[in-house]
Ligand binder design. Structure first.
Ligand SMILES: Nc1ncnc2c1ncn2[C@@H]1O[C@H](COP(=O)(O)OP(=O)(O)O)[C@@H](O)[C@H]1O
Ligand SMILES: [Mg+2]
Length: 362
């Protein structure tokens, strides 16, 4: 079967579809063309099947199609050029909790993701944004983000006029970003109070400074990430700077997802994908040591925990030819309290033994 079509208006041959050609060469929309040439196919059969299978639609001048992400059917956009659309990362590992977050974003549920630091919470939101081509605006709500940054503030412009500059929240609401609020367990209570308005389904934001009522764009999404569930830190690891969140505030989030460390097999896959030159056996042993240390942390024998982020940093140094002890010192040991150093060092020695003495990036 031919993969090209001939334009009845000018005789030009086009591959797969006439739509682009009609628009650019004849300034004609497909509907007007179909009314004039009811017998002429607009697309070849496979292209039609693809369009139907992926439910390709054009709205607001952008193509939308259905995409399978980790088993969840999501609506993606095509050809969006926006500086806030993240870059896709083919090494990202999709786990079960990722599906719950994807579903929440697709169906406009407010989602709260909690779990230890470095377990991929922020990366997940960015990857969903990358694959569906949605702009992602990330803001850390640690104590330093003020209400003025978040909601907006008055300033004097070049013409010496006093104007109100909208902050991150109204911008994200109006422009339809995924707003990712990091460290919500450390936010100022005033910020939590403001957020309450937009946690409601279709919740508007009232800018008290100007009286403006801001309705959310249909693409606006809200995601929070935190290390604790807001009941204070169970482990004590995140105690400083985290507040106990108000229960009624927490109750307004539609979905709460817990993300934990990757299962060993997937963590090894990730380290291999990012640091392909490292020996697989070495990576297996590193992940085994990290697993034991995480267990020790859960059993309260260790105050800190070795995250995937730490392992990636360690592997990056090993890949550059650093010896193991030096890399472990700067990537892990120098970050932990003195009482943890010995246990961590011994655990890595136990699992890596003589391997750690060799130059690993062979
Ligand atoms: N599932 C995963 N797939 C790929 N990379 C991951 C995954 N989980 C964590 N990482 C990597 O670990 C590092 C920390 O992840 P990040 O998303 O910042 O964690 P968090 O937001 O939970 O603190 C990043 O380099 C990220 O790419
Ligand atoms: Mg994060």
């Amino acid at each position: 079967m031919s993969d090209s079509l001939t334009c009845p208006l000018c005789g030009q041959k086009e591959r797969f579809t006439l739509v682009n050609h009609l628009r650019t060469a004849h300034n004609t929309e497909p509907a007007a063309f179909a009314a004039k040439f009811p017998e002429q196919a607009l697309h070849v059969a496979e292209f039609n099947a693809f369009m139907q299978e992926h439910d390709v639609q054009r709205s607001d001048g952008v193509l939308h199609y259905q995409l399978d992400i980790a088993g969840i059917r999501m609506t993606a956009r095509y050809g969006v050029r926006h500086s806030l659309v993240p870059k896709p990362d083919s090494t990202f590992v999709w786990t079960e909790p990722c599906k719950d977050v994807a579903e929440a974003i697709e169906h406009n549920e407010r989602v709260f993701i909690h779990g230890p630091s470095g377990t991929g919470k922020s990366s997940l939101v960015r990857q969903i944004g990358a694959l569906t081509q949605r702009p992602v605006r990330r803001v850390s709500l640690n104590g330093e983000t003020s209400v003025a940054d978040f909601v907006g503030h008055w300033t004097v412009n070049e013409k010496k006029e006093t104007v109100f500059v909208k902050g991150i929240l109204p911008q994200a609401l109006e422009e339809g970003h995924i707003l990712q609020l990091d460290e919500v367990d450390a936010m100022q209570p005033e910020v939590g109070f403001i957020l309450q308005q937009v946690l409601e389904p279709n919740g508007h934001l009232l800018l008290t400074d100007t009286g403006e009522d801001i309705a959310p764009h249909e693409a606006f999404r809200l995601v929070a990430t935190a290390n604790t569930l807001g009941f204070g830190s169970d482990s004590g690891l995140y105690a400083s700077g985290t507040h106990v969140l108000n229960f009624s505030w927490l109750d307004r989030w539609d979905v709460v997802v817990h993300m934990d460390f990757l299962p060993a097999k997937q963590e090894i896959e990730l380290l291999r994908a990012r640091h392909a030159s490292l020996n697989k056996d070495l990576l297996k042993r590193i992940v085994k040591a990290a697993g034991d240390l995480r267990k020790a942390h859960a059993e309260e024998q260790l105050t800190t925990v070795v995250s995937t982020r730490r392992l990636l940093a360690l592997c990056a140094r090993l890949e550059r030819g650093n010896d193991f002890t030096r890399a472990l010192t700067v990537c892990v040991l120098n970050k932990v309290p003195a009482e943890d150093v010995k246990v961590i060092q011994e655990t890595f020695d136990h699992h890596l033994g003589p391997i750690a003495q060799q130059k690993p990036a062979a």
